[in-house]
Design a binder for this molecule. Structure first.
Ligand code: HEC
Ligand code: HEC
Ligand code: HEC
Ligand code: HEC
Ligand code: HEC
Length: 582
């Protein structure tokens, strides 16, 4: 499977970047370059879209067998080509490989963000390398830690095909990472979060004892042990949300205005992503009224039976979880699809992945027009959105936003009012933060002008209280009006998951719901049509503007090229339309 590895292998971006800033990034690692590592600028044409040329990431070998981890290919040998009772393909490797987690280290946005952070804070490069690879290239990070090796991300670091951990890195959040997470007793506590998962420590000569924890109490082990040198074994914790919480709950350190990290214990750091904690404050928490784990929504249960492996077993088991890892980021999946060559991606199937994620996204909320009425010379429309997910909507990375696109037309279809229109470049008309990334749109309970837009988002502020889109500068939230999940009470939750800004005072905003109104001035009597869409956008425009200041960094330049050539910007979650007579 490693075809083409050597040929396309040079990552010019990393090289250029290394000469630009780094060297310090290697934590003093002075391993001599191997003789055959001639830095040829191997730029391949971006044939997949016929769009100029750009530096490419090398392909990797996912069949690698390491001391601590094995590649996904080594598991896919048996855990692919499996079907359920309806003959539906439920291959585990095939489902996983088109997820964002599988491609977490090829993700051009992540690489750009990490590279830009190092450019702006070169003295923190080692911390950035370590932090950013911990969850996005976790097998490389953990293996290097276990081996006591020096490691870096760029230069001759993990992204360089000559690096010892290159294949580990490029396999992303892979089978043997998740399936070796130990139940140390701290799962579900802050000690296990922010990437503090614990991986079994076994002597390298005893590979067979390495665990592959699963939900079944009695797996038939001998065949897998003999052929994969991993032992399938029951681990109740694999079915618990806290396993996901090890990476999906993240607090990050903050720098002061001199660029120095402010010392703080984990508890007191900036809550950058709190998906697990949000879930814990919802009715979806274990034991809550709507009890549902991360797995139950994101790895849907197959309701027939499945033999777990294509060989070595005849047992058909119920309780099988599909590894589709359904999410929201169709835009990144579209980038993976269109830039396979440049990103060194060998698999296909992103079209289907986009479709199933799109369907999933439609389940995440309901928008309804509760009522319309006339008031003076205006039409008032009252709208409600209800979050159906197990966490905030949007959740996760701070560049996610959900907004309302609201239109009123007359009976001939002529637009008389529009708020929340998106431009082809991904910016929203009238949104303050899209005009100037140092500002942000307030939360609204009532919208009376077209340049007022209801955007559910979190906005980070630095130590001086100014808007920042840099994770390392973030000290607190200036605004967080992301839709809360059902069961969440903004008046009692801890500061880590707090609602911040005007939404805190908005009496119609809490516990999974927001109700708000639009006041549309009209001049003529007649029939009007009112349309409202709830739209999800993973890459908020202000975050991009902020990042694209640094296009002198090759990774940022590459990501900008990819972004500019991409047309998918958003997804519609839910829509409503109503006719009204004025
Ligand atoms: C504790 C684990 C963890 C660490 C550490 C971490 N991330 Fe992430 N990162 C995530 C998760 C989980 C997501 C996906 C959340 C989502 O989809 O909204 C993510 C998403 C992202 C995204 C968005 C990717 C996309 O395709 O939209 C970027 C950019 C990113 N991270 C950058 C970084 C950088 C830079 C660092 C280092 C400073 C870092 N991350 C460290 C867990 C982590
Ligand atoms: C040679 C074939 C083969 C290979 C390769 C293989 N497995 Fe398995 N695996 C099996 C069989 C057979 C079972 C048991 C099926 C049963 O009992 O229903 C199994 C079971 C499992 C289980 C379920 C454990 C439980 O108790 O719930 C997990 C998890 C697992 N494998 C993960 C992996 C991972 C990770 C890899 C890659 C390192 C891998 N497998 C490689 C054949 C294989
Ligand atoms: C992000 C973490 C994660 C990754 C990556 C992952 N798994 Fe799993 N896997 C799980 C969890 C969690 C379960 C248990 C789900 C449950 O309890 O219902 C599971 C269950 C399984 C099972 C039992 C059958 C089933 O699907 O329910 C097998 C076999 C398995 N995984 C193999 C693999 C293989 C092979 C890969 C890589 C191609 C892989 N897993 C990647 C988290 C992961
Ligand atoms: C009741 C079902 C449900 C549960 C439980 C649930 N999720 Fe989600 N999740 C969704 C839906 C639907 C979406 C897509 C809409 C969105 O972006 O929030 C989603 C989106 C996400 C995203 C992308 C965030 C974004 O907005 O871009 C991440 C990451 C995520 N979930 C992780 C988790 C984790 C981790 C847990 C467990 C702590 C979990 N989810 C529990 C349904 C659920
Ligand atoms: C080792 C760290 C790690 C673990 C453990 C982990 N994740 Fe993730 N997850 C990530 C990272 C990193 C990303 C973002 C990848 C990217 O976009 O670059 C992500 C992305 C996702 C997304 C995609 C969100 C979107 O917007 O499309 C979903 C869904 C998700 N994870 C679910 C889960 C579930 C469910 C579990 C537990 C079974 C889990 N993850 C465990 C690191 C992890």
């Amino acid at each position: 499977m490693s075809t083409g590895k050597a040929q396309i292998s040079f990552k010019i971006a990393a090289l250029l970047f290394a000469t630009l800033t780094l060297g310090a990034c290697n934590g003093g690692d002075s391993e001599p370059e191997t003789q055959d590592k001639t830095p040829t600028q191997n730029v391949i044409p971006a044939t997949s879209i016929g769009y100029g040329t750009m530096p490419s990431l090398a392909q990797s070998d996912n069949n690698f067998v390491g001391d601590h981890f094995s590649g996904s290919g080594a598991c896919g040998v048996c855990h692919n080509d499996i079907t359920d009772d309806n003959n539906k393909d439920v291959s585990i490797g095939t489902a996983w490989e088109t997820s964002t987690m599988a491609n977490a280290a090829r993700d051009p946005y992540w690489r750009a963000k990490a590279a830009a952070t190092i450019k702006n804070y070169p003295h923190l490069s080692h911390e950035v390398d370590d932090t950013c690879t911990r969850c996005h290239a976790p097998m490389a990070n953990e293996a290097a830690r276990k081996d006591g090796a020096e490691y870096a991300l760029f230069g001759d670091g993990f992204l360089n095909p000559e690096n010892k951990y290159f294949d580990h890195a490029m396999d992303g959040v892979s089978c043997t990472l998740c399936h070796q997470i130990e139940d140390t007793g701290s799962l579900g506590t802050i000690a296990s979060m922010s990437g503090n998962f614990s991986i079994a420590e076994l002597p390298p000569e005893d590979k067979e004892s390495r665990p592959a924890y699963g939900q079944y109490a009695d797996p038939v082990g001998a065949y897998m042990i003999a052929n994969a040198a991993y032992t399938p074994i029951y681990g109740a914790h694999m079915s618990d949300s806290s396993v996901c919480g090890t990476c999906h709950d993240l607090k990050t350190p903050t720098v002061d205005s001199n660029g120095e990290v402010i010392p703080a214990v984990l508890e007191d750091r900036f809550p950058e992503q709190q998906t697990y904690s949000e879930w814990r404050n919802s009715d979806y928490r274990t034991g809550g009224a709507k009890d549902a784990t991360c797995q139950s929504c994101h790895m849907p249960k197959n309701n027939t039976t499945v033999a777990l492996a294509s060989s070595g077993t005849d047992i058909r088991r119920s309780d099988f979880s599909e590894h589709t890892f359904l999410g929201a980021n169709t835009v990144m999946l579209d980038m993976f699809k269109n830039f396979r060559n440049e990103l060194g991606i060998q698999v296909e199937g992103f079209d289907q992945a986009i479709l199933r994620n799109r369907e999933f996204l439609k389940t995440s909320a309901d928008l309804t027009i509760n009522g319309t009425r006339n008031e003076g010379d205006s039409i008032i429309a009252t709208i409600q959105v209800k979050n159906n997910t197990g966490h905030k909507l949007p959740s996760g990375y701070p560049s996610r936003r959900v907004f309302v696109h609201f239109i009123v037309t007359d009976e001939n279809g002529a637009v008389v009012f529009e708020s929340g229109k998106m431009n082809p470049d991904g910016s929203i008309v009238g949104a303050d933060g899209d005009i100037n990334y140092k500002e942000y749109e307030p939360h609204y309970n009532s919208i009376v002008r077209e340049d007022q837009v209801l955007i559910f988002e979190s906005i980070m502020g630095d130590t001086r209280g100014q808007v920042t889109h840099s994770l390392i500068e973030a000290a607190r939230h200036l605004k967080d009006n992301r839709l809360t999940p059902v069961g969440f009470d903004k008046n009692v939750v801890s500061s880590d998951v707090a609602v911040t800004g005007e939404a805190l005072l908005d009496n119609n905003f809490n516990a999974g719901l927001d109700i708000f109104e639009y006041k549309v001035p009209v001049t003529e009597n007649g029939t009007y049509f009112i349309y409202a869409d709830l739209v999800y956008q993973p890459l908020a425009y202000g975050h991009l503007e902020y990042l694209f200041k640094d296009t002198d960094v090759p990774e940022v330049d590459q990501f900008k090229t990819i972004y500019d050539a991409t047309t998918l910007r958003s997804e519609t979650i839910s829509s409503a339309v109503r006719q009204h007579t004025f």
